[in-house]
Design a protein around this ligand. Sequence first.
Ligand SMILES: NC(=O)c1ccc[n+]([C@@H]2O[C@H](COP(=O)([O-])OP(=O)(O)OC[C@H]3O[C@@H](n4cnc5c(N)ncnc54)[C@H](O)[C@@H]3O)[C@@H](O)[C@H]2O)c1
Length: 303
Amino acid sequence: MASSGFDGRVAVVTGSGGGLGREHALLLASLGACVVVNDLGGDVHGEGTSIGPAAEVVDEIRRRGGEAVADTHSVATEAGGKAIIDTAIEAFGRVDIVVNNAGILRDKSFQNMSAEFVDPVLDVHLKGAFFVTRPAWVLMREQGYGRVVNTSSSAGIFGNFGQANYGAAKMGLVGLTHVLALEGARHNIHVNAIAPVARTRMTEEVLGPLVEIVDPRFVSPLVAWLCHEDCVTTGHIYTVGGGRIARLFIGMTSGWARSDGVLDIDDVRDHFDEIEDPTTYSIPGLGLTDDLTALRDALSSPA
Ligand SMILES: NC(=O)c1ccc[n+]([C@@H]2O[C@H](COP(=O)([O-])OP(=O)(O)OC[C@H]3O[C@@H](n4cnc5c(N)ncnc54)[C@H](O)[C@@H]3O)[C@@H](O)[C@H]2O)c1
């Protein structure tokens, strides 16, 4: 694909001073987008700040003939989110794409997880996506165009030991993605989520043998496609890493229903196998309609 589709487009990529975000920024810039390279420049736990990482990525983009500007505001506050979008407006006059990628880790087993481990993780991953996307959203609605990619994680979708804070934040981003996909649909704003697997400072010690294969560069093509104007998909989640991509979805078993709609604990116990049985399942669409339709259908033709 030539650069068409990104020429004149402005992308904000949070946390793009290193790791996955850097690759997203480099690819989007090489495809013709003007990129805001946002990065606070701290360590993997969110301590410290530095202009260095964002500035280096901007230099690299410019050396390759692309357009980019550095931004070091934190995504973790409302003021920071607004300032990041202001940087895009001041430098390039518009915002078409937001990639919510910034992230930190504060792992702890749940029984030892105090607020100092919970709050910063929710602030950066989950609230950060709110804080950066909302000021961009206002502009996207006005222009009738927008693409948002949220960075979730299999640690939230499937769970991972020692990451209650991170997992909750990352699954929260799935909920945010679904709601924004619904609210954005009639404004041509598409919102999707990825659950990447890549070798970065965040993961290099936990990937085992996969560490050789999962170059962060090979996550970015999916991000770029989800940000492309020809991509009509919205509200979907993908696992992506090492050159493999698959859609993840939330399915609903056929379940079991009582015709009178009255349920007691014995019903649950006696029909638990049917409730659990994944042999037949559906994938509800966005919004409540499919879920409520399934309920109505089950009550009109109970097992
Ligand atoms: N690497 C993986 O396999 C993997 C798996 C699942 C999810 N993720 C997610 O992908 C995203 C990128 O992670 P990565 O693996 O590239 O790690 P990384 O540490 O290299 O990148 C995260 C970047 O976010 C920046 N950042 C942190 N707090 C910030 C803040 N408040 N404001 C602005 N920038 C901030 C950091 O400085 C860093 O450059 C994260 O959201 C992470 O949770 C990564």
